[in-house]
Design a protein around this ligand. Structure first.
Ligand code: PGA
Length: 241
C-alpha cells in the first residue's frame, strides 16, 4: 500500500479530490466507487468547486456507493441517497440514473443484494474506489467478524459504529441498527482504491490496517492484498505509526 502523509483534513481532502479529478479527466466515462460519512465531505466539496469553477465534467460518470441504512427510504434525510444528492450529486452535472446506491427499503432483500453485485460486475468493477475507515477497522459496513464476507448483504452494525454515526440522527431510537453493505469482492475488484483516514479516533485502526496481519477482525487489513491502494492519512491518524 502506498501511504501519503498529509498535515490535516483540508490537505487530505484536496489530495483525494485531485486524484479523483484526474481520473475523471483522463477517463470521462469512469466508474467511481463512493463512500459516505464525514471523511469524504471535503473531497466532494472540492470536486463540486472544480465542477462549478473549472468545468470538471461528470456527465458520463457512473457511480456506485458502498452502503445504505436498512429501513431508510431514499428521501429520508438520514439516508445515504439523501447524503449523496445533498453533498455531491445535486451540485454537479452527473446523470442521476447512473448513480447507484443499494435500496434501504427493498421489496426483495436477497434480490436487491444480488442485483447490486451483478450491476457492479456487469460494468466491469470500479475504476477508483473511495473508502473511509471506521474506528472498528470497518470498510463500507463490513464490521469485524470471523471471516471476510465477499457479497453484498444485510449486516448488523457494531454498537460503536451506531454511536459514532448517531449524531446525525436527532432522535436516538431512530438510528438504524442494520445496513446493506457491499462485500469484499466488490471492493477488491476496484482497479484503484483510495483509503481516506483523518483524526486520532482512527489511529489505532489505521495502525492495525497497515502493520497487522490480514485479519477479518480488522476488515480493512484485507487491503494489504490489493495491488493498487493509496492511503491518504493526516498527522493525527498517523499518530500511532
Ligand atoms: P467517518 O466514517 O468518515 O464518518 O469517520 C468512516 C467510516 O465509517 O467508514
Amino acid at each position: 500500500m502506498k501511504l501519503v502523509e498529509v498535515l490535516d483534513y483540508e490537505a487530505l481532502s484536496l489530495h483525494a479530490a485531485a486524484i479523483i479529478a484526474n481520473q475523471v479527466r483522463n477517463k470521462p466515462n469512469s466508474v467511481l466507487g463512493l463512500a459516505t460519512g464525514s471523511t469524504p465531505l471535503g473531497c466532494y466539496k472540492e470536486l463540486v468547486r472544480q465542477h462549478q469553477e473549472e468545468g470538471l465534467d461528470f456527465s458520463q460518470i457512473t457511480t456506485f456507493n458502498l452502503d445504505e441504512y436498512y429501513g431508510l427510504a431514499p428521501n429520508h434525510r438520514n439516508s445515504y441517497r439523501h447524503y449523496m444528492n445533498h453533498y455531491f450529486f445535486n451540485h454537479i452535472n452527473i446523470d442521476k440514473k447512473r448513480t447507484h446506491i443499494p435500496s434501504g427499503v427493498p421489496q426483495d432483500l436477497i434480490a436487491e443484494c444480488r442485483d447490486y453485485d451483478q450491476r457492479a460486475s456487469d460494468i466491469g468493477g470500479m475504476d477508483c474506489q473511495i473508502l473511509g475507515l471506521g474506528s472498528t477497522g470497518h470498510i463500507a459496513f463490513n464490521e469485524p467478524s470471523p471471516s471476510f464476507e465477499p457479497f453484498t448483504r444485510l449486516v448488523d452494525l457494531d454498537e460503536s459504529t451506531i454511536q459514532a454515526n448517531g449524531h446525525y440522527f436527532k432522535i436516538e431510537n431512530t438510528i438504524p441498527r442494520q445496513a446493506i453493505t457491499v462485500g469484499m469482492r466488490f471492493i477488491l475488484n476496484s482497479r484503484a482504491i483510495l483509503l481516506l483516514v483523518s483524526s486520532d479516533k482512527k489511529a489505532q485502526a489505521l495502525e492495525r490496517t497497515l502493520n497487522g496481519t490480514v485479519d477479518p477482525m480488522v476488515p480493512a487489513s484485507i487491503l494489504q492484498l490489493h495491488p493498487n491502494v493509496t492511503v491518504i492519512a493526516d498527522k493525527e491518524a498517523l499518530s500511532m505509526l
